[in-house]
Design a protein around this ligand. Structure first.
Ligand code: ZN
Ligand code: ZN
Length: 796
């Protein structure tokens, strides 16, 4: 029989029990407790505190109207554990709660909710709709925060679309512009046709998608019946072909290098060039170079100095240059049409259906087109060595995720920061109507160039005073990358900022290392010259039971609000903390989320039992403690040590599992049984009785304190009933050095002997209370009295 399953006989002692009325843990108590915390000003932060400060750069979530992912709720529950454990480690904690209210997700939600399109709705009207939609979503989000028990600073929550925030984004842009860190340029950009905007490399994901791989022929000029075979997944781009490349080592094509090929259908002449990047084993080994089928094309156009021909418009339709047959068609239609044309003109060899690794927009999953767009860029490439140095200096939890950042820094290009959208921070630039030179206003206020003229007195170097406002907004990461500056009141309250920045910790998901983490380091460092945090804490993904990413389309999403309502925050929090070591992916299911309920019941039952004993008037001296009590206090001391190490590493997996193991398998199964007889008192002297009662209470107290950051509700309820009228969340963690660990040496002998007796009784068909004759080993002589009582041993 597993000890954890063994039913315990915890009879009610005679002392008036503060938990008499509360027979079991009930999740409805959570709401009452949260109300009390709110009244007490949960999460309030005093910057002038004498304690060391601990500032969390909380990720501001998107209120985008999608059902919040169970992974999101787990993530924020664990951030709350960071806050609560830091308080109990003696810090004054700023746990800001922000909402990221800028950008595409908000716009897409608004379009859907009100059945409008950004393309046909006046800007002013569209912004108004976004705001209304956001306010509703925000209320829902804040309710969920409270449901989860987040001890954040509700009194000072912030929004990335509030004026001071947007003004800060604009000021930092202006100062980075002045420092020469930003430039405007037309470059082939990743463009999402559905989102209608340029997107950054960091926002691109890849997937294998089916596509048509066409094999066709280019004729060689001046040679009858001489062809070069081409294979391509982008046949609709033939009109933009400016060269054919072959590998100079490829014997098949070597003689053709330097000759001229004729583009089929269009009959334009293009050179055949030798280039090492043509892979003989891929397709036919000869590649047509078009503007732009992929990043390889971009690179070749630059390298071979080719003139680009733009075939696809930003609406995602073919432009007139593609010819009458293709003009106006969508990309996929155009591909099919072109294959028909190639067939009709007799140059098509075959078409294969293949799976092709395709770059997609992370948000809409639309294949990315590469289109030259005029955008603002923040320089990244020239500061890579510094970024790398910072990435190496940060303390990562867990260490394994540092690699993702370092790998990204290595390949990152300059960051396109402007977007062709409405609901975002406006690019604070006007252009001179006469000479088109940009005009940047002084930093400080919030500017809306699409709506307002530049500040009075604005004058271009050419003498003109007429300007046209830029209509673009920023990539939302421009806002969220300076969250560490905003929460520390950069440029608004110098003294507050100096005390709170750099902050202590950046918690975030691993899916936004390339974006949020990378951009935050880049921006905060460039603006302040300081690294924004000391620690970076990165969680993994919440996957479904089969280990797949959850998504609406797969129908495997678990709604966290439903789970919180059904099982309570305490269950949910204990589940995520026990489930996985920080940073690893984990699987979720309703059954898993429900299961910690058993342990909460166990804690409650043990507490009711212990609360029934009178509290000794004073703490006994160590010399007066019985050996069993010294043993469990040694165990307790080791438990505290291990839990604190876990908390210091922000790895809640350690305390969650250690506490559960200790409480269930050692404390309840062995110690409570050993000490019960003395605690009840009959047949023992005062010293022995008080030693047991004190130790039981001391153990429970320590367990509750250690568990409080993970399970803030049940521990608070029990603490207030049993120990103090002051919140458990205002206490310090127990000192692991309080009790000697000397008696740990008896652990194995005690546990083994108990198991031996239990097994023996089971084998003989005796009940646990049944009397049995088993000699006590000499090493356990000191524990004989408790062992005899516990097992009802008769002396042979
Ligand atoms: Zn998109
Ligand atoms: Zn001018």
């Amino acid at each position: 029989m597993a000890q954890s399953e063994k039913a315990q006989n915890l009879a009610e002692p005679a002392h008036p029990n503060p938990l008499a009325e509360l027979k079991s843990w009930d999740k409805s108590i959570e709401a009452q407790i949260f109300q009390k915390w709110e009244k007490d000003g949960i999460g309030r932060f005093n910057v002038d505190s004498s304690k060391p400060l601990f500032v969390i750069d909380t990720p501001p979530p998107y209120p985008s109207g999608r059902p919040w992912h169970v992974g999101g709720a787990s993530h924020y529950s664990e951030i709350d554990m960071i806050a609560r454990s830091a308080r109990m480690r003696g810090f004054e904690v700023l746990f800001p709660l922000g909402l990221d209210r800028n950008g595409l997700p908000v716009e897409l939600y608004t379009e859907k909710k009100y059945g409008v399109s950004i393309k046909t709705t006046p800007r002013e009207k569209f912004l108004q709709l976004c705001k209304v939609a956001l306010d509703d979503l925000e209320q829902e989000m804040l309710q969920t925060f409270k449901l989860m028990g987040l001890s954040g600073n509700y009194e000072q929550k912030y929004r990335t679309d509030e004026e001071p925030y947007r003004a800060l984004t604009q000021s930092t842009f202006i100062s980075q512009w002045k420092a020469g860190r930003i430039y405007e340029g037309t470059r082939p950009s990743n463009y999402c046709i559905d989102c209608g905007t340029t997107i950054a490399d960091a926002e691109i994901i890849y997937d294998e998608l089916p596509t048509k791989f066409a094999f066709f022929k280019f004729r060689i000029r001046g040679e009858k019946d001489s062809f070069i075979p081409i294979a391509s997944t982008r046949s609709e781009l033939i009109c933009s072909c400016q060269a054919v490349i072959v590998n100079p080592e490829d014997e098949r094509y070597k003689p053709l290098i330097g000759k001229t090929a004729l583009v089929p259908i269009y009959n334009r002449e293009v050179p055949i060039v030798g280039h090492n990047s043509a892979r003989p084993e891929f397709g036919t080994g000869a590649l047509m170079v078009c503007s732009y089928g992929d990043y390889h094309d971009v690179q070749l156009f630059r390298e071979l100095n080719l003139k680009e021909i733009i075939a696809i418009g930003d609406s995602g339709r073919m432009l007139p240059i593609a010819g009458k047959e293709l003009e106006g068609l969508r990309i996929k239609q155009a591909r099919t049409k072109m294959i028909e044309l190639l067939q009709a003109s007799g140059v098509l060899d075959k078409v294969e259906e293949i799976q092709h690794r395709t770059p997609l927009c992370e948000r809409s999953r639309t294949p990315i087109e590469i289109i030259p767009m005029d955008e603002y860029y923040l320089r990244v490439v020239d500061v890579k060595p510094k970024l790398e140095q910072i990435a190496k200096s940060l303390k990562f939890h867990p260490e394994m995720h540092r690699g993702i950042l370092l790998n990204w820094i290595e390949v990152a290009l300059d960051w396109p920061i402007s977007r062709r959208r409405f609901y975002g921070t406006e690019v604070p630039v006007w252009h001179c109507i006469k000479c088109e030179e940009p005009y940047l206003p002084p930093p400080g206020p919030y500017y809306q160039p699409w709506r307002n003229p530049p500040p009075p007195g604005a004058k271009c170097a050419c003498g003109s005073i007429e300007f046209k406002g830029d209509v673009r907004t920023f990539d939302t990461w421009m806002d969220s990358s300076i969250s560490a500056l905003y929460i520390t009141k950069y440029a608004r309250d110098q003294s507050f900022h100096e005390k709170t920045y750099p902050t202590m910790i950046r918690p975030q998901g691993k899916d936004i290392i390339r974006t949020w983490l990378h951009y935050s380091i880049l921006r905060c460092y460039q603006i302040t010259g300081k690294v924004p945090w000391e620690h970076v804490w990165v969680t993994g993904w919440g996957l479904d039971e089969k280990g797949e990413r959850m998504s609406k389309s797969k129908g495997n999403v678990i709604d966290p609000i439903l789970m919180l309502n059904r099982y309570g925050a305490e269950n949910f929090r204990l589940w995520i903390a026990s489930e996985v070591s920080v940073g690893s992916d984990y699987t979720c299911s309703e059954q898993k989320i429900a299961s910690p309920g058993k342990f909460l019941t166990k804690i409650w039952n043990i507490s009711r039992f212990i609360a029934g004993f009178e509290n000794p008037a004073r703490e006994p001296d160590y010399e007066d403690l019985s050996p069993s009590d010294r043993w469990i206090l040694a165990e307790l001391s080791r438990l505290a040590e291990e839990c604190l190490a876990g908390y210091e590493d922000y790895n809640f997996f350690i305390p969650a599992n250690k506490i559960r193991d200790f409480t269930w398998n050692v404390f309840a199964a062995h110690y409570v049984e050993l000490a019960k007889g003395r605690a009840y008192g009959t047949g023992f002297n005062d010293k022995e009785i008080m030693s047991a009662r004190f130790t039981l209470r001391e153990c429970l107290k320590t367990i509750l304190l250690l568990l409080a950051p993970i399970c803030p509700f049940i521990t608070e309820a029990l603490w207030l009933k049993i120990y103090s009228d002051q919140s458990i969340h205002k206490q310090m963690f127990p000192d692991p050095r309080k009790w000697s660990q000397e008696y740990l040496k008896h652990e194995k002998t005690i546990l083994d002997f108990n198991s031996l007796v239990w097994n023996e009784k089971k084998a003989r068909g005796l009940s646990l209370k049944g009397s049995v004759q088993i000699p006590i080993p000499s090493e356990l002589e000191a524990f004989a009295m408790d062992l005899k009582t516990m097992h009802n041993l008769t002396i042979g």
